[in-house]
Write a protein that binds this ligand. Structure first.
Ligand code: GLU
Length: 482
């Protein structure tokens, strides 16, 4: 049987990390088994409708490479793939259950239901409908329907015994049927409840594996009773523990925690985010940590999923992001970093590719760029203490004499490029009989005005060009001569 999984997000306007993890696992379960990954937009909750929210879903799947085989934009044999466009499909299924005696019409008014709530005692949650309408005669039902009386359709739950199912992560889950309410399947406006629609949709779309948050665990027995009532096969359930912010709090966009888009804006790379969230609840059989999506497809298995909640550790993600940047092929890296560099470096004569190359090993996020390159456009104010470095064996005096010595050499250098600068400076070190650092540290300091910089003396001089290099060295000499 073909494995078919579905990602069924509600368009909220952002991609919560937990939702993206659900999408990833669904994608991997399908792709590890040569199956299909389906996108279904669950937009029936109109109050939550947000303009542009569906695009956030499409964009996220596209950027992350979680490409769906069927969905509203790509079509497929089991559409429509937008729940609001399926509105008309559910009533017939509810009526089928009524015919089978598995569901019934309920004409109770709001007042009556509110009264029941009160009877249950103040403060007590109204949990169970009292099945008042279950005992209506067929004539009463027909008359009510004919007279246009508003109604809902309720699922008739068994009152005895247990409903048990196997969850692929949580194991055997069992509830007493007496605890189950006769839940509404069709609302008084004729629309299905989520609890009904998802079962019908998953069945009609031939979904074999349902991956969703553990908050749905308690509803699953009701879903399974629906599958049984129809005589349909229930899917395999894969419930996932929540992604936590710390030991006690769930990660939540409402509390200001980062969504996928937020992370991208903070300079994280999509591949690194996907790699990191793959490990939030799944462990590979060995200790490998870095996985491309292709490698995940090969290594992923449901048996590696854990039911203990994992904590979203931004430091771990930051580390992983740095590893991704370091390992990235230069052209791809440059395409990501170039916009950030253009924002941070305004001087058009500077070679951004050379600057990018200096940064590749030092960036943890793409947003680290601006702080690292701020000295290229303009030399910052600095004090001469920066020239003093114990390991480099430099003092202010040594720095002054080194800068004075290198100035004419650099002024007269015929080719201004890194190797020529390197060779001339190393020759000067030899002539002066000093340590490398005693010349190179002062030059690096004079060129950057900072205690540390991406790139050393040669690279910075090469990028800044002769004129600017000479100017900055002269500035250093001036400061050190005071
Ligand atoms: N639309 C639901 C949500 O976004 C999906 C739940 C499910 O996967 O069934 O929470």
């Amino acid at each position: 049987m073909e494995i078919r999984t579905r990602f069924a997000p509600s368009p909220t306007g952002y991609m919560h990390i937990g939702n993206l993890r659900t999408a990833l696992y669904e994608y991997l379960i399908a792709k590890a088994n040569g199956g299909k990954f389906i996108l279904r937009i669950e937009d029936t909750d109109q109050e939550r409708y947000v303009e542009g929210a569906v695009d956030v879903i499409y964009n996220t799947l596209k950027i992350t490479g979680l490409i769906h085989d069927e969905g509203p934009d790509v079509g497929g044999d089991y559409g429509p793939y937008v729940q609001s466009e399926r509105r008309g499909m559910y009533m017939q299924y509810a009526q089928e259950l009524v015919k089978k005696g598995e569901a019934y019409y309920c004409f109770c008014t709001k007042e009556r239901l509110d009264g029941l709530k009160e009877k249950n005692g103040e403060g007590d949650a109204f949990s169970h409908y009292d099945r008042h309408c279950l005992s209506l005669s067929q004539d009463e039902i027909n008359n009510n329907l004919k007279s246009g009386m508003p109604y809902v359709i309720r699922q008739k739950m068994p009152t005895e015994g247990k409903t048990t199912f196997e969850d692929a992560v949580y194991g055997t889950i069992s509830v007493d049927n007496s605890e189950l309410d006769d839940q509404i399947l069709i609302k008084s406006d004729g629309m299905p409840t989520y609890n009904f629609a998802n079962v019908v949709d998953d069945h009609l779309m031939k979904i074999t594996h349902v991956v969703r948050g553990s908050e749905y665990l308690s509803s699953t027995p009701k879903y399974n009773l629906l599958y049984d009532a129809f005589g349909w096969d229930a899917p395999t359930y894969v419930h996932l523990p929540p992604v936590m912010k710390d030991a006690h709090h769930k990660l939540s966009k409402r509390n200001g925690d980062a969504s996928f888009q937020d992370l991208i804006e903070k300079g994280y790379i999509s591949d690194a985010i996907i790699n990191y969230i793959a490990l939030l609840g799944w462990s590979p059989s060995d200790n490998t940590e870095i996985f491309t999506l292709e490698e995940l497809k090969k290594s992923f298995s449901i048996s590696g999923l854990s039911k203990s909640p994992s904590i979203f550790d931004i430091q771990k993600l930051t580390w992983m992001n740095g590893e991704y940047i370091k390992a990235m092929e230069f052209e791809k890296y440059f395409s990501l970093v170039e916009p950030k560099l253009k924002e941070a470096v305004k001087n058009k004569s500077l070679d951004l590719r050379k600057i990018a190359a200096l940064l590749q090993k030092r960036l943890e996020t793409l947003n680290d760029v601006s702080a690292l390159v701020d000295f290229f456009d303009e030399l910052p104010e600095y004090t001469t203490e920066l020239y003093v470095h114990k390991k480099m064996k430099t003092t202010e005096e040594i720095a002054l004499s080194s800068l004075k010595a290198c100035l004419p050499v650099l002024e007269n250098l015929s080719d201004w490029e890194e190797t020529a600068i390197h060779d001339s400076m190393m020759a000067l070190v030899g002539e002066l009989g000093i340590k490398n650092g005693q010349l190179l540290w002062p030059i690096r300091t004079a060129l950057s005005g900072k205690p540390s910089s991406p790139g050393g003396a040669f690279e910075l001089a090469d990028i800044l060009g002769r004129e600017e290099t000479i100017k900055r060295i002269e500035k250093g000499i001036e400061l050190l001569s005071k």
